[in-house]
Write a protein that binds this ligand. Structure first.
Ligand code: HEM
Length: 314
């Protein structure tokens, strides 16, 4: 990624959408040796990525790492990114965005499942004894970039120069320049209940048509769609996008159907505002109806520092 306003090499937060992804959330064991092991693993992540990526350069391998608020000081010893804090639980009248622990996130992407697997295997070998796995979710791309609710997911993502503008911290926080905040939530869907709705009812909830992905106006009742609740403007009327790379996951055999939400942003407050509008509603009480069919099991915030900062950790 290149941006004239961010002279620092960012991590590949804008890596292309791939057929496979692994979301790995770890807790760092609180001993000096463990922290040291994690620090040197993160500093050497580029070499580890090269080891695996070279085996099939066409597989579009990318790994982005995020660091949580609780471990930031011990792990990096560097100034804190201005907005970095733990995910704050949001309690709506009916649904809650839970906050769950996690020190490090690895967002591992490739066209090939075996490449994701191999990278994670080598990574966890290096981290042996220093970390505990909090969550490991394996996502897959589903037909036309659809989620398991059947809708095309990711359409409104920024493209071109709008990507660094929405995703990378620039001059507003020099210590964090070239970095990005990441919020993840692992949702499971009540798929049979969702399927009992008509296509028209589903489309109203999402705010787009299902087959051809065309934007719809909101109902006159005042109930806003998922798309509208997630359209955020600041006080000057500027709209702020985020970059999402959500992935379906699950297992029909065990009745699990989910969406792993991942959002990258230059401004953490933008994603927090989206969550507030989804869970509390706008106006309050009129929450996002996607939540009547989707429950977040996790909610964790990270900061993805620039790759130069990562490399300098050792
Ligand atoms: C159950 C989990 C979720 C599912 C299945 C889902 C699915 C979708 C779909 C189908 C769209 C419309 C197409 C598109 O523009 O991508 C959309 C839009 C969007 N979603 Fe979600 N989403 C989920 C959770 C979230 C969360 C937690 C956030 C933010 C915190 C979010 C933020 C957005 C944004 C920013 C848009 C684009 C809005 C615009 O049109 O400007 N989504 N989502």
């Amino acid at each position: 990624m290149s941006s004239q306003r961010v002279p620092i090499e960012p991590q590949r937060v804008d890596a292309p959408l791939t057929a496979s992804a692994t979301f790995l959330v770890l807790k760092v064991n609180r001993t000096p040796d463990s922290v040291k092991t994690v620090r040197s693993t993160l500093a050497g992540l580029d070499s580890l990525a090269k080891n695996v990526a070279i085996r099939d350069l066409s597989s579009r391998f990318a790994c982005t790492v995020g660091i949580g608020s609780d471990i930031w000081d011990d792990l990096t010893g560097l100034p804190r990114p201005a907005e970095l804090h733990n995910f704050r639980e949001i309690k709506g009248a009916k649904h809650t965005a839970v906050s769950t622990p996690g020190d490090i996130l690895f967002h591992i992407r490739s066209e090939r499942r075996d490449i994701c697997f191999e990278f994670e295997r080598q990574l966890l070998d290096q981290l042996a004894g220093a970390t505990t796995v909090v969550d490991e979710t394996v996502g897959f791309r589903y037909f036309d970039v659809r989620d398991l609710l059947g809708f095309v997911d990711g359409t409104a993502n920024p493209v071109g120069p709008a990507v660094p503008d929405s995703v990378l911290i620039a001059e507003e926080d020099t210590a964090a320049q070239g970095g990005s905040y990441i919020v993840v939530q692992k949702y499971t869907h009540a798929l049979s209940a969702w399927k009992s709705l008509s296509t028209e009812q589903q489309e109203k909830i999402i705010g787009r048509t299902k087959w051809d992905n065309v934007e719809l106006d909101d109902a006159e009742s005042g109930q806003k769609s998922h798309k509208t609740l997630n359209t955020i403007e600041d006080e000057q009327g500027n709209e702020h996008d985020i970059l999402r790379d959500n992935m379906p996951f699950g297992s029909p055999g065990s009745g699990e159907f989910g969406t792993y939400f991942i959002g990258y942003t230059r401004r953490l407050w933008v994603i927090e505002k989206m969550l507030e509008r989804m869970f509390i509603g706008d106006p309050p009480g009129l929450h996002d109806q996607i939540l009547d069919f989707s429950t977040p099991l996790t909610g964790t915030t990270f900061f993805a520092p620039s790759s130069s900062l990562l490399a300098s950790l050792e």
